[in-house]
Ligand binder design. Structure first.
Ligand code: NI
Length: 172
């Protein structure tokens, strides 16, 4: 497995709407496995394909606690079918926006439909951290980032900071 480079703000691929996966084949499974390895290495609890520069509807997740066994999840073409009525606030980070945390209120339960690693149609009811993470990752597939939950002013300040970081001669 390969650790892939993670794309960061303000790369435009993060803002593109990703297109559906058409075929769940060996190449896609390899990409999913590489994404899982990249996510565990980072470490993070979720990673969407656009974050490794691939604008396809594929995300990987593992919201298991530190003491628990790994629970890797591969969601291909995920579709959130239902969001529960209760909300939950969680301070979210994003591997594509290092050192930024945003408090976001989202529904605390959901049902998601997707194709699994074998291309089989599945439905999953999620709650708590996993439900938050699924919404965060599906947002990535639509070009939506955690900074979009901030005021325009705060968002602009963060984007400007990241733009400065990639200017030549300012790479340290
Ligand atoms: Ni993210």
């Amino acid at each position: 497995m390969t650790i892939l480079p993670i794309i960061t703000l303000p790369d435009p691929v993060l803002r593109k709407k990703a297109i559906p996966v058409e075929q769940v084949d060996e190449a896609l499974r390899r990409l999913a496995d590489d994404m899982l390895a990249t996510m565990y290495d980072a470490p993070g609890i979720g990673l969407a394909a656009p974050q490794v520069g691939i604008s396809r509807r594929l995300v990987v997740l593992d919201a298991a606690g530190d003491e628990e066994a790994k629970q890797p999840l591969v969601l291909i073409n995920p579709e959130i079918l239902k969001l529960g009525p209760e909300k939950r606030v969680y301070e979210e980070g994003c591997l594509s926006i290092p050192d930024v945390k945003v408090e976001i209120e989202r529904p605390s339960t959901l049902t998601v439909r997707f194709l699994d690693r074998d291309g089989k149609r599945q439905e999953l009811a999620a709650e708590g951290l996993l439900a938050t993470a699924i919404q965060h990752e599906v947002d990535h597939l639509d070009g939506r980032l955690i900074i979009d939950f901030l005021s325009r002013l705060k968002r602009d300040i963060i984007v400007r900071r990241f733009r400065k970081q990639i200017k030549p001669g300012n790479s340290d």
